[in-house]
Ligand binder design. Sequence first.
Ligand SMILES: Nc1ncnc2c1ncn2[C@@H]1O[C@H](COP(=O)(O)OP(=O)(O)OP(=O)(O)O)[C@@H](O)[C@H]1O
Ligand SMILES: [Mg+2]
Length: 344
Amino acid sequence: MIPMDELSKDLAHGSVGAIVCPYPAGASQSKESGSIVDPVLDCPDEVSADISAVLHESQVMEVLQKLDEELVGLTSVKTRIREIAALLVVDRMRRSLALTARPPSLHMSFTGGPGTGKTTVAMRMATILHRLGYVRKGHLVAVTRDDLVGQYIGHTAPKTKEVLKRAMGGVLFIDEAYYLYRQENERDYGQEAIEILLQVMENQREDLVVILAGYKDRMETFFQSNPGVSSRVAHHLDFPDYLLNELLAIAQLMLAEQMYRFSPEALKAFEAYLKRHMHMPRFSNARSVRNAIDRARLRQANRLVAKGGRISKTDLMTIEAEDILVSRIFTEYVPDDEQQSDRS
Ligand SMILES: Nc1ncnc2c1ncn2[C@@H]1O[C@H](COP(=O)(O)OP(=O)(O)OP(=O)(O)O)[C@@H](O)[C@H]1O
Ligand SMILES: [Mg+2]
């Protein structure tokens, strides 16, 4: 767990109270010298803003806390998000003291395998950006190539612009962004979409954050072929595959959220299940865990109905080992190249 009060500790040098400047409003000339007085730069020590007020008013700490509690692992992602939040808090305070600067560039890339939490974190990111006043609305519009690129000449620009319009004031999340670029086809309409995106990423960055997501190696190739995109992405966040203990913790968190739990034997069975499943191709990290839990619920329900009679609250809450062990993961040998994802 990352202590979330670190953000406030790191930054907590602001004094309490409203912004205070010793020069009365309108007094822009010093009487003695007649020289021009800059109301901010000439009284830096006396002017202050309250960092805890910004944190309190934006309620950003609550979002960071929830991110920490509700998402297992992802330590480096969480650290980076806290850093970005700190940047936005300071930016907001600076603006309140008329210390002007270009808004920080916040376009990002989220790389990682399936089910590693990219979409989930992007949604939290949109909330943080909104609470800290970076974007107006804080919604997330998730798209893929087909939403941006048309099939025929003249179709791409209106499609891309329509998506951008919808996303304005929030986050545009482009999943598998590398499909926008087709190296083998110079006339591919994807290029047109990329060019429109680039303009908006540059010119409207104070009201739209673009997150490009996908597998790490393909994203790297995409960035190499599209330096214009790469240079506009300020933050690269990598989402590693989860380790066995993290997958188990995710399972228990998901169960607890829905008021279920594993019996001690079921926990062991689920660990054995994951050990087999996680090394199979197309295993999708936390998403596979969610699917496996859904199937276990289905089996539990069938077991209870078949049993009949009175059923206790504990029974209704408990997933037993048998609800896991009947999975085909245990019984079937599937050659690597014939496996399908999330076999039950
Ligand atoms: N660290 C985590 N802790 C708890 N639940 C998680 C975690 N990561 C992902 N999940 C859950 O797993 C599911 C899949 O996550 P998500 O859709 O964010 O992954 P993704 O990386 O976007 O996957 P894809 O690349 O396939 O789109 C969601 O239900 C999400 O809540
Ligand atoms: Mg996703």
